[in-house]
Ligand binder design. Structure first.
Ligand SMILES: C[S@@+](CC[C@H](N)C(=O)[O-])C[C@H]1O[C@@H](n2cnc3c(N)ncnc32)[C@H](O)[C@@H]1O
Length: 300
């Protein structure tokens, strides 16, 4: 069966609301025997939505390295709430969470819609993930369909994803959108990561926010240690990148204070001691799309 036919088949089976918004790889029949990033992340955070295949990849790490990755994952997850809170304070009411994963199994952290609902009377939240099980899980747990839309799609097909009715139809594109790309770009190739962020920046209405967290080897916290066993066991891409490459994903848009910094340093309320700056194993920054210049607005 060709991929196109498979995609159309999905739409017939699931209807247009639940069909994937882009082509997505068909999971192999023995999918549970292949590690998945969403479930490995769930395992790191102490959740129960993971299998032996996911645990086997992480089991190759020493106890210390596992703990370092777990701390980095928790910092990344807590950062979600810090960013949503700050952007809600700045007046944002719509959020697009790219590579959302499973709902947080780690209780201190909140999902985007949970945080948003405490701050905004009627927020709009669109979650996107490529993983059919993470998407199904979120749909089953969703209690507020007026606020939340959950979409299966591939960020490597960003153009199709953003133009889909599932995404564009759920957001008011005459107003700014807060886009979260947290710990998802390392799972994309260099070419796909750069292209998807370029398309996203062009699509975003003026005034939109682009919040990125991205793995980077910082001192003893080396997320790249995940790569060799993952590559051997699960054929997963996981790329740490340098700060300058991560900055380029924001396309030169001005950043909210404190700029692009280790994730734990972004939120002034972070309880982590200063000397633990490397524990994030990642950089974080929130960039704001400038209002269109007069020339751009004329289409020049
Ligand atoms: C480590 S989790 C991050 C979860 C969440 N964003 C966070 O920061 O807590 C990475 C997620 O990215 C998703 N992902 C990986 N590649 C993707 C792609 N090409 N398109 C959409 N989602 C993708 C995975 O399925 C997984 O759920």
């Amino acid at each position: 069966m060709s991929t196109d036919t498979e995609y159309q088949h999905n739409q017939r089976c699931y209807g247009t609301a639940w069909a994937p918004a882009t082509r997505v790889p068909r999971p192999p029949e023995d999918w549970a025997h292949h590690a998945a990033s969403a479930r490995m992340y769930d395992r790191l955070l102490g959740g129960s939505d993971n299998y032996a295949s996911d645990r086997a990849v992480l089991a190759d790490l020493s106890e210390d390295d596992f703990e370092r990755l777990r701390t980095a994952a928790r910092i990344n997850l807590e950062h979600n709430s810090a960013v949503v809170t700050r952007l809600a304070d700045e007046g944002f009411t719509q959020f697009l969470d790219l590579g959302c994963g499973y709902p947080s199994p780690w209780q201190p952290a909140r999902d985007v819609d949970e945080t948003a609902l405490t701050l905004i009377p009627v927020p709009r939240v669109v979650y996107v993930d490529i993983d059919p099980h993470a998407v199904a899980h979120r749909r089953m747990r969703c209690e507020n369909e007026k606020v939340v839309r959950i979409v299966q799609g591939d960020l490597a097909r960003m153009d199709t994803l953003l133009r889909s009715a599932q995404v564009s139809g759920a957001l008011d594109l005459t107003r700014p959108v807060a886009v979260l790309a947290h710990d998802v770009l390392p799972w994309l190739s260099d070419a796909d990561a750069a292209k998807s962020m370029r398309i996203l920046r062009e699509w975003a209405p003026p005034g939109s926010a682009l919040s990125i967290t991205h793995a980077c080897d910082l001192g003893p916290t080396r997320p790249s240690m995940l790569t060799p066993p993952a590559r051997d066991k699960a054929a997963l891409t996981y790329l740490t990148r340098d700060k300058e490459v991560i900055r380029e994903y924001a396309g030169g848009w001005p950043m909210l204070e404190p700029g692009l910094v280790p994730t734990a340093r972004w939120d002034r309320e972070s309880p982590l001691p200063e000397e633990m700056w490397h524990a994030s194993g990642a950089y974080a920054g929130v960039a704001i799309k400038p209002a269109a210049s007069a020339a751009e607005a004329r289409g020049a």
